[in-house]
Design a protein around this ligand. Structure first.
Ligand code: PEP
Ligand code: MG
Length: 566
């Protein structure tokens, strides 16, 4: 059995089709007729863009709007004036189109790959896909087609590029295996949108497979079984039926309010990274958005998005959500989220460095332009502002002062916005948690970011497998901070939500109900599951369990106990 990243839930049993990459080799040559070469390049880009548009249309029908936009984004990237301008300069200098394209794309691939951030790394995959797409046109090579794959096919590839995935017919493809890509890669996003079980980052899997092999893909556990025996096929057929049964049962929670068994209502909202994700939130029955990670608007590009571009993005999300809440978090860069064009210095210790609100307060023009865009968009929906990585009262005060400054400027220019817009704090550092009583007097709401709160409290990096045994929101230290944050919110009459991954953790939910959390912000596919789990707890039962949990000494004792009561 091989193991990889469980990227899309479900069990797929079928026959492998290996997606081979075409050879795109060529001999670089010096060109003398540079005008003709430039035309050859531009014609190839046009053909590439037309092909991509057609593939995006296919994808729009099979997977959805957001997935189609990933491909349409490729057109924007190749037409980006900087990228295409530099390629054209190289051609004018005498390089052939293939070599000029390759040189510039490789430069961007190296730049994007050098970061630790999964999403920026993903940009490298996009540029790689674009490079092979345009090279295929220049060299007249036919691209791989998966649209003809027969029923019961499991696709296996080194990397599943969006252009290849566009051809997937979800009635025929029952599983996906790749050698690269994490949970947030395009392959993973597409697999989830198409509801195809997928296991990614399975080291060296292609060399162990041949087209036609029988394979089981367990997208829940991240397992791949090559040429299973009869007993294994039966076991996984059973697991598959159970998985589908649970998925059907969850549908009973669609369109319902989020109530615990005592009848208390909660807000169950979603975390998003792009305006269109708001549509996915609604589609998955989310009641709004509890965290819009705006840094993604800054990532897919080579310069800072303008105020107008940001305004359009926030307005789009607000209009999709109508009057449902939309919490927009201001730029949270640094740490694991790099934006190469901002030219931030390399730091010894980026997680403790010049990031998030610290960077924004020192780059006032950039910060004010984002605040102005958010305020202008607030005229079109139910928007709230949230500051990330707050560690002291001054940061909240300075952020709020800038909001007031921008409000005045908008008043003077007679531009509409929500004058009562709420300004909240993301509670994700232990410093903020310890002074939650003070912050609660000056913030309109809290949202607990357990991903970072756990890391900072346990002094352990969420991506470092050597210390991952410590990284748990169910550590007694983290639980005490969460309890204290919520208590301070309740005492000061401000709502407290949670937008870290722990909000969807089945073991955490009774504790959060007991502490008095009012809003759960989770990934869109988790909405129905979280609604179901909340519905099973009365306040009384949750209090009893919580009392016991808070008396225990170790994370292991806590998880062992909780696994007996859930
Ligand atoms: C968090 O830290 O819990 C959080 C939700 O923010 P991010 O994962 O974007 O750092
Ligand atoms: Mg965070």
């Amino acid at each position: 059995m091989l193991h990889g990243t469980a990227a899309s839930e479900g069990i797929g049993i079928g026959k492998v089709m290996i997606i081979e990459e075409n050879s795109l080799e060529y001999t670089p040559k010096t060109v003398t007729d540079t005008d003709a070469e430039l035309k050859r390049f531009k014609d190839a880009v046009e053909v590439f863009c037309n092909n991509t548009l057609k593939q995006a249309e296919q994808l729009r029908k099979s997977a959805g709007e957001k997935e189609a936009e990933i491909l349409e984004g490729h057109i924007q990237i190749i037409k980006d004036p900087y990228l295409s301008g530099e390629i054209e300069k190289l051609i004018e200098g005498g390089q052939c189109a293939e070599a000029a394209l390759e040189q510039m794309c490789d430069m961007f691939i190296a730049m994007f790959s050098a970061t630790d951030d999964e999403l920026t790394k993903q940009r490298a995959a996009d540029v790689r896909d674009i490079k092979s797409g345009v090279l295929s046109v220049l060299l007249g090579v036919q691209e791989v087609r998966v649209s003809d794959a027969p029923k019961g096919t499991i696709l296996a590839a080194h990397e599943l590029t969006p252009s290849v995935t566009a051809g997937i017919n979800k009635d025929n493809i029952v599983g996906i295996i790749t050698e690269t890509g994490g949970k947030t890669s395009h392959s993973a996003i597409l697999a989830r949108a198409l509801e195809i079980p997928a296991v990614l980052s399975v080291d060296g899997v292609i060399s162990q497979l041949k087209t036609g092999d029988d394979v089981i893909v367990d997208g829940c556990a991240g397992d791949v079984i090559i040429n299973p025996d009869q007993a294994e096929v039966e076991k996984y057929n059973e697991k598959r039926s159970q998985f589908l049964q649970v998925r059907r049962e969850l549908e009973n929670y669609r369109g319902k309010e989020t109530l615990d068994a005592s009848g208390t209502e909660y807000e169950l909202v979603c975390n998003i990274g792009k305006p269109d994700d708001a549509a996915k939130a609604i589609e998955c029955d989310g009641e709004g958005v509890g965290l819009f990670r705006t840094e993604f608007l800054f990532m897919d590009r080579t310069s800072v998005p303008t105020e107008d571009e940001q305004f359009e993005a926030y307005k789009k999300a607000a209009l999709i959500l109508k009057d449902k809440p939309l919490i927009i978090r201001t730029l949270d860069i640094g740490g694991d989220k790099e934006i190469p064009y901002l030219g931030l210095e390399k730091e010894e210790n980026p997680f403790m460095g010049f990031r998030a609100i610290r960077f924004c307060l020192k780059n006032k023009d950039l910060f004010k332009s984002q605040i102005r865009a958010i305020l202008r968009a607030s005229a079109f929906g139910n928007i709230k502002i949230m500051f990330p990585l707050v560690t002291c009262v001054e940061e909240l005060r300075q952020g709020k002062a800038l909001v007031e400054e921008v409000k005045k400027e908008l008043d003077e220019a007679d531009i509409k916005y929500d004058k009562n817009i709420a300004v909240g704090v993301m509670m994700e550092t232990s410093a903020a948690a310890v002074i939650a009583d003070k912050l609660a007097k000056e913030a309109d709401f809290f949202s607990i970011g357990t991903n970072d709160l756990t890391g900072y409290t346990m002094a352990c990096d969420r991506g470092n497998s050597n210390v991952s045994y410590l990284y748990s929101p169910l550590q007694p230290s983290v639980l005490r901070l969460i309890k204290y944050i919520i208590e301070c919110g309740v005492q000061n009459n401000i709502p407290v939500g949670m937008c870290g991954e722990a909000a969807a953790n089945e073991m955490m939910i009774p504790l959060l109900i007991s502490f008095g959390l009012t809003e759960f912000s989770v990934s869109a596919p988790s909405v129905l599951k979280v609604r179901k789990v909340i519905s099973t707890w009365t306040k009384e039962k949750a209090d009893k369990v919580t009392q016991k949990v808070m008396s225990l000494d170790t994370e292991k004792e806590i998880t062992d106990y909780l696994s007996t009561v859930i």
